[in-house]
Design a protein around this ligand. Structure first.
Ligand code: PEP
Ligand code: MN
Length: 338
C-alpha cells in the first residue's frame, strides 16, 4: 500500500502517519519528493488497514500497489533515482560509460586499459576479480590481489571502480576496494547475496538474470532496496532465447520498460549481451537511443590474449570509435526526451 501525502502536508503530519504505520506493526518507507511525500507501507496485507488512516490529516490518497515490487516502483517514487558512484552520477543527464577488461589479469594491463578508456571519456573502470565461470576449470580471477590492483589504478587515474562479488562472505572485502558492487547474472536470484549487498552501504550494479523476467529483476532490486540501500543501478545484459547465433539476445525492450515501471537507473552491457565484439558498437548505440543511462563495455589492450571474454572485448581502436560515435549520437539527440 502507498500513502500519498498532500503537497500541503507538513513534517508533523508525515510523522503522524509513520507512527501509525509502526503502531499497526507494518514498516514505513518514506520517499520525500520535491512536491510531496509518499509513504510505502510494507507488510502482509497492508491494504486491509487503510481505514486506520482515515482520520489522519494531510493524506491525499491511499492506494494498493498491484505490482509485487514496491520500493522499486514508479508509484513509490515518481522522480528518477540518481545513484552517486563515488561522485559519478548514474541516472542523471549524462550517459555514463563504464569500461575495462572482463577480468583483472594484472596491474600493467589494467592500468594501460584504464588510462586509455579514461582519456576517451569513460568514468568508471570495470574489471572482475572474482569471476563466476561456467566451467570450474576456467580462469577464476585474481581474487583479493585483483581488488588491490583495481584500487591502485583507481588512485592513479581518478576513475571509479565496479567489480563483481559472488559470495555473501566476500561483500565486505570487495566493498572496501571498489565504488560499486556488481551482482552478476548468475547471482541475480542469490537472495543471501542480495541482502548482504543491500547492507553494504555501496551502490550496486544489478545484472538481469539471463533467464529472468523484468518483474523478477525488479523483485531482485527490491531485496536490495528493502535492506535500506537505495543505490541500485539495473543492468540489462541479454537473455537466453532460442537464438543461438549470438551468445545472448540483448533485450532492449527492457530499457524503456523498466524506466516506465521503476525510478532506478538502467544501463546496458552489450558485451555479454552479444558475445561478439563486432556487434558491441551498434548495440551500444541502440541501447543509448533506447534510453539507457549508461553502458558497461569490455575493453582489452589485446583481446586475442584475454583470459576471459576476448571475443566480445573491444580493442582500443574500436573503443575509440564507439566513443566518437556515441558523442555524435548524443549531440544529434540533445534536448530530445529519452
Ligand atoms: C561480466 O561482466 O564479465 C559478467 C560475467 O557479467 P554477467 O554476470 O552479466 O555475465
Ligand atoms: Mn565478461
Amino acid at each position: 500500500m502507498i500513502i500519498v501525502m498532500s503537497h500541503q502536508a507538513g513534517k508533523a503530519q508525515v510523522e503522524a502517519v509513520v507512527d501509525r504505520v509502526k503502531e499497526i506493526g507494518l514498516r514505513p518507507e518514506v520517499s520525500v519528493g520535491e512536491d510531496r511525500s509518499v509513504i510505502g507501507v510494507i507488510g502482509g496485507n497492508a491494504y486491509a488497514y487503510r481505514e486506520a488512516f482515515s482520520h489522519l490529516p494531510g493524506i491525499e490518497q491511499i492506494f494498493q500497489i498491484t505490482k509485487p515490487f514496491k520500493l522499486a516502483s514508479r508509484e513509490f517514487q515518481p522522480r528518477d533515482t540518481v545513484v552517486d558512484v563515488g561522485g559519478v552520477l548514474v541516472g542523471g543527464d549524462e550517459v555514463v560509460m563504464m569500461a575495462g577488461p572482463c577480468s583483472v589479469e594484472g596491474e600493467a594491463m589494467l592500468l594501460e586499459t584504464a588510462r586509455f578508456v579514461a582519456a576517451r571519456g569513460a568514468r568508471i573502470l570495470r574489471g572482475g576479480a572474482f569471476k563466476p565461470r561456467t566451467s570450474p576449470y576456467s580462469f577464476q580471477g585474481l581474487g583479493e590481489a585483483g581488488l588491490r590492483m583495481l584500487a591502485a589504478v583507481r588512485e592513479a587515474t581518478g576513475l571509479r571502480v565496479v567489480s563483481e562479488v559472488v559470495a555473501p562472505g566476500d561483500v565486505d572485502l570487495v566493498a572496501r576496494h571498489v565504488d560499486m558492487l556488481q551482482v552478476g547474472t548468475r547471482n541475480m536470484q542469490n537472495y543471501a547475496l542480495l541482502q548482504e549487498v543491500g547492507r553494504s552501504g555501496r551502490p550496486v550494479l544489478l545484472k538481469r538474470g539471463m533467464s529472468s523476467t523484468v518483474e523478477e529483476w525488479l523483485l531482485a532490486a527490491e531485496y536490495i532496496l528493502s535492506q535500506g540501500n537505495r543505490d541500485v543501478v539495473l543492468c540489462e545484459r541479454g537473455i537466453r532465447t532460442f537464438e543461438t547465433s549470438t551468445r545472448f539476445t540483448l533485450d532492449l525492450n527492457s530499457v524503456p520498460l523498466v524506466r516506465e515501471l521503476s525510478h532506478l537507473p538502467v544501463v546496458v552491457d552489450p558485451s555479454q549481451g552479444t558475445g561478439r565484439w563486432t556487434l558491441v558498437r551498434p548495440m551500444a548505440l541502440a541501447a543509448v537511443a533506447a534510453g539507457a543511462h549508461g553502458l558497461i563495455v569490455e575493453v582489452h589492450p589485446r583481446p586475442d590474449e584475454a583470459l576471459s571474454d576476448g571475443g566480445q572485448s573491444l580493442d582500443f581502436e574500436n573503443f575509440d570509435r564507439l566513443m566518437r560515435e556515441l558523442r555524435r549520437l548524443l549531440e544529434a539527440t540533445a534536448g530530445q526526451p529519452a
